[in-house]
Unconditional design. Structure first.
Length: 316
């Protein structure tokens, strides 16, 4: 049934990627369809087990009421899943995100669309200490996610690899030496850190499922060094690849562009920028408006750069 559905969708729209998720599969079905991963229970033990394993349900009803704090934590974790489902049952209390203020805020705390998750040792295989760490993970190779997994806890122990990272919320540079530290975390927050040498494209508005005509121009965060970003349109088979080099006093945006994104980069934020350039320009703007935070070493530029063609920002 699944293979027939996929074939039918390809026949109708051969240039679009079909998405079929089945509730029951057999060996080999994964060639054609996605596997439904089954149910779980709304328990802290199941939430913790959910992290190192693949799971779609972010919480499910059981014989007792689901704690509000558990729903909030699971909502923040589920925000980074490639696909997740908020599930309930007619015999259970309602537990949609909007039922509780804390859950609604937690669900809105992250709006990404690129489904790439990996354990820490995938990025840092030389660090043997991180091999047993299964509760932290990387979103792509750029964002370190450290969810709270203990019942009703408002802190989490984070082990950052020996690398330069940046606080997601402030942009401040953090240099760790591979030592575990404790961090206070509210129920509506997601502990996030940006890995040095990364490019993070952000949308200030619009959900990933909205039509392209309603798209808002994105912002782009970049740390120094060299980074790469993939910009899928979620429909076609190709993925646009962009590379960014930020060295000395010139920042270049180059890559292979597979489709028209119909948006531009409005804001470029550079983290870890030592010193404020006297003047910055692009190919179309002689002098770029900018702000510099010397304490955090964060440089923010108001630019008008195409997302799907080459561009440069020159520092003078």
């Amino acid at each position: 049934m699944g293979s027939v559905s996929r074939t039918s969708m390809l026949t109708r729209r051969p240039s679009k990627r079909p998405m079929v998720i089945t509730g029951s599969t057999i060996a080999g079905a994964g060639v054609h369809v996605g596997h439904w991963l089954g149910d779980n229970a709304s328990l802290w033990s199941k939430y913790r087990l959910n992290r190192p394993h693949a799971q779609l349900h972010i919480y499910l009803p059981n014989s007792h009421a689901t704690p509000q704090t558990l729903c909030a934590r699971w909502a923040t974790l589920g925000a980074f899943y490639p696909l997740h489902r908020n599930n309930t049952h007619e015999d259970s209390i309602p537990q949609e995100f909007y039922r509780w203020l804390s859950d609604a805020e937690a669900a809105r705390s992250s709006t990404f669309s690129e489904p790439v998750l990996s354990p820490l040792f995938y990025i840092y295989p030389e660090d043997t200490y991180i091999y047993p760490i299964d509760l932290q993970f990387f979103y792509g190779d750029a964002i370190l996610v450290s969810p709270v997994t203990k019942e009703n806890s408002t802190s989490v122990d984070i082990y950052p690899p020996d690398h330069i990272f940046y606080d997601w919320y402030t942009g401040a540079q953090v240099r760790w030496r591979g030592e575990t530290y404790a961090s206070d975390v509210a129920f509506t927050d997601i502990p996030l850190h940006i890995r040095g040498g990364s490019i993070i494209p952000l949308r200030t508005e619009r959900a990933p499922t909205a039509p392209p005509s309603s798209a808002k121009s994105p912002s782009m965060w970049s740390s120094h060094q060299v980074g790469t970003e993939l910009l899928p349109d979620a429909c076609t088979w190709t993925t646009a690849n962009h590379s960014n080099r930020h060295q000395l006093w010139r920042s270049s945006l180059r890559g292979h562009f597979a489709y028209d994104a119909s948006v531009k980069v409005e804001t470029l934020t550079i983290l870890g920028q030592n010193g404020q350039p006297q003047r910055m320009s692009t190919g179309s703007v002689a002098e770029v408006k900018h702000e510099y935070d010397g304490k955090l070493k964060v440089l923010t530029l108001q630019v008008d750069l195409p997302l799907t063609s080459s561009a440069e920002v020159i520092f003078l």
